[in-house]
Design a protein around this ligand. Structure first.
Ligand SMILES: Nc1ncnc2c1ncn2[C@@H]1O[C@H](COP(=O)(O)OP(=O)(O)OP(=O)(O)O)[C@@H](O)[C@H]1O
Length: 235
């Protein structure tokens, strides 16, 4: 579904991502793990079209999207939920969701149908439809940005640190939703600092360290890797 080959990302002289390769199969949930500064967000931003690749390639369902801009990436079938979790605070929950459906704006019937489906998955958002998004709690805003990305009807979803700064009980609920999305057949790439939570839902994982893939395997293999903490602690 998603094939990253020898990807590099630079900020001027800083090489944040150095020849990273990985893949995500259809219906798979793959997690990208690693300590602060390992290069996870830079990788995600590059896939999403928000950063230019300095080298390598990105293919979605066999189609090259390496130089695609963010709108072209979404149109190709890949939506991203950035870690910044930014909602439009003065717009209502419903208006925020409709902005996610921008590329399908001529298909109002399809959008209504998709919105109904998402309201079943996120009942809290249905209850808060007419409330300004800025008044939602952190967990509700996270649900809103995930639902807004799903309004684009992607086949691949990129989630950047969905648990960041949320209380443990809310994190549990966010991960339950991620599992539900996976069961619906969605292909997911999940960037996380919360290793245990990520491995509890992931089929496979890649661990990044200093801009490169340090280790990879099934969730069980990664869990059993004795040097996982070393990757996190920089050992
Ligand atoms: N806009 C930028 N300008 C310069 N350097 C940057 C910029 N963004 C990131 N970097 C650097 O690139 C490297 C990788 O950062 P990145 O945010 O991709 O890591 P990360 O694994 O996502 O970390 P975190 O979990 O803290 O978000 C870091 O050394 C960081 O300082």
């Amino acid at each position: 579904m998603l094939e990253i080959n020898d990807l590099s990302v630079s900020y001027g002289a800083i090489r944040a991502v150095r020849g990273v390769s990985f893949s995500v199969g259809k219906g798979e949930l793959v997690s990208l793990l690693g300590a602060n500064g390992a290069g996870k967000s830079s990788t995600i931003k590059c896939i999403a079209g928000a950063l230019k690749a300095a080298g390598g390639s990105i293919a979605l369902e066999g189609k090259d999207i390496t130089t695609a801009n963010p709108e072209q990436v979404i149109r190709a079938g890949l939506a991203t939920v950035p870690e910044t979790r930014d909602v439009f605070p003065d717009l209502t929950v419903a208006e925020n969701l409709m902005l996610g459906a921008y590329i399908h704006r001529r298909d109002q019937a399809g959008n209504r149908q998709n919105l109904e489906k998402l309201h079943t998955l996120f009942p809290r958002l249905a209850e808060r439809s007419n409330q300004p998004a800025g008044t939602l709690s952190g967990g509700e805003q996270q649900m809103l940005v995930i639902a807004r990305a799903l309004m684009a009807r992607p086949r691949v979803l990129l989630l950047d640190e969905p648990s960041l700064g949320l209380a443990p009980a809310i994190v549990e609920r966010i991960f339950e939703m991620i599992e539900t999305l996976k069961k619906s057949g969605l292909t997911i790439l999940l960037v996380e600092q919360n290793v245990n939570q990520a491995l509890s839902v992931a089929d496979r994982a890649y661990v990044m360290r200093l801009g490169a893939i340090a280790t990879s395997g099934t969730a069980e293999e990664i869990r059993a890797t004795s040097d996982l903490s070393a990757h996190y602690l920089g050992g």
